[in-house]
Ligand binder design. Structure first.
Ligand code: G3H
Ligand code: 13P
Ligand code: ZN
Length: 354
């Protein structure tokens, strides 16, 4: 079994200067696509499921889907991560399902809508860290609220984010607070807010520094060189996929995502986990739309889903190659959760002695 923790995977990525695309999966085909792509380029895998994806697939089906992926590709290290856990019990459920990593998103209250206070976030995240590290499981925390610097709004499209306007003080992670948060919580990875948001409608123009604050990432990395940073809302919203969807009866107004060059810039400055969901949704549905239009008499589900899966494989291969994780899988020997738990215990003992 090649389950790997987020901590070990991102430590390796940090040591070798690459970034890991963290792909959201929502069904069998999206998971198959990620795994097949990783296998083609010998990349480790970081797959994540949101709460709504877990509900859609069903927790028991999801648990076994991930187990199947690991069994089918035993030579690939696979990190299984909970995306946007909203409270301790959700994170514990994921740990009980065998996830090797969880996100506790305490930037919002448990309703996943209302921005929280620093104290709430730090206390709730530290609680999750204590339970998780005891089992060897890694934890991603978040400081700063995701949302658009153009509009001041968090996205509503996929059920996360604040439903209203926020100021730049909330939409941009304060580097000083980030340092305090890492110290207070001992998280393994830190998601930061720099103007990205979930979904397709991130920017109304190709983003510059006014609306995508890569300089904030650089500053946080300068102050926290040993902390693995995470970019949420990092889909590029490829123009060819917008065009493909629109060519086949879609109606997506012109929009802009995070350019790959900006992600690469982030990777040079400590970004090790790059969250991608929307690009996969667009690759799947754009290709399926085309197939359906060109094959009006078809009703074979497999024939309809396959072009979506194939296009998603290409997308994932491109990300693995651009972020530098291609070629790294065979260079990693995953440690078990017990071994990781021992490491955390030694770390805590070391701190107590010092
Ligand atoms: O966190 C954002 C992801 O795109 C998940 O979205 O809740 O619709 O699965 P979802
Ligand atoms: P996108 O909507 O940009 O793909 O972001 C996904 C994400 O951040 C999941 O947590
Ligand atoms: Zn996210």
């Amino acid at each position: 079994m090649a389950l790997i923790t987020l901590r070990q995977l991102l430590d390796h990525a940090g040591e070798h200067g690459y970034g890991m695309p963290a792909f959201n999966i929502t069904n069998l085909e999206t998971l198959q696509a990620v795994m097949e792509a990783a296998d083609r380029v010998n990349s480790p895998v970081l797959v994540q499921a949101s709460r709504s994806a877990t509900k859609y697939v069903d927790p028991i089906f999801l648990k076994h889907l991930f187990a199947a992926a690991i069994e089918r590709y035993p030579h690939l290290p696979v990190c299984v991560h909970l995306d946007h856990g909203n409270e301790l019990s959700t994170c514990l459920d994921a740990m009980n399902m065998g996830f090797s990593s969880v996100m506790m998103d305490g930037s919002l209250m448990a309703d996943a809508k209302t921005p929280s206070t620093y104290e709430y976030n730090a206390v709730e995240t530290a609680k999750v860290v204590r339970y998780a590290h005891d089992r060897g499981v890694s934890v991603e925390g978040e400081i700063g609220v995701l949302g658009s610097l153009e509009t001041g709004e968090g996205e509503k499209e996929d059920g996360h984010g604040f439903d209203g306007k926020l100021g730049h003080d909330q939409l941009l992670t304060d580097p000083e607070e980030a340092v305090r948060f890492v110290k207070d919580t001992d998280v393994d990875a830190l998601a930061v807010a720099v103007g990205t948001s979930h979904g397709a409608y991130k920017f109304t123009r190709r983003p510059d520094g006014d609306i995508l604050a890569m300089n904030v990432i650089e500053e946080i990395h300068r102050r926290l060189p040993d902390t693995h940073l995470v970019m949420h809302g990092a889909s590029t919203i490829p123009q060819d996929l917008q065009d493909l969807i629109n060519a086949y009866h879609g109606d997506i107004p012109q929009t802009f995502g995070v350019p790959l060059e900006e992600v690469e810039r982030g990777i040079k400055h400590g970004v090790r986990k790059v969250n991608i969901d929307t690009d996969i949704r667009m690759a799947m549905t754009g290709s399926m739309r085309k197939y359906l239009e060109e094959n009006k008499s078809s009703f074979d589900i497999r024939a309809i889903l396959k072009p979506g899966r194939d296009r998603t494989i290409d997308l994932c291969v491109e990300r693995f190659e651009r972020f530098g994780s291609a070629g790294q899988a065979s260079r990693i020997t995953p440690l078990s959760l017990n071994e990781m738990a021992d490491r955390y215990r030694f770390k805590v003992m070391g701190r107590q002695v010092a």
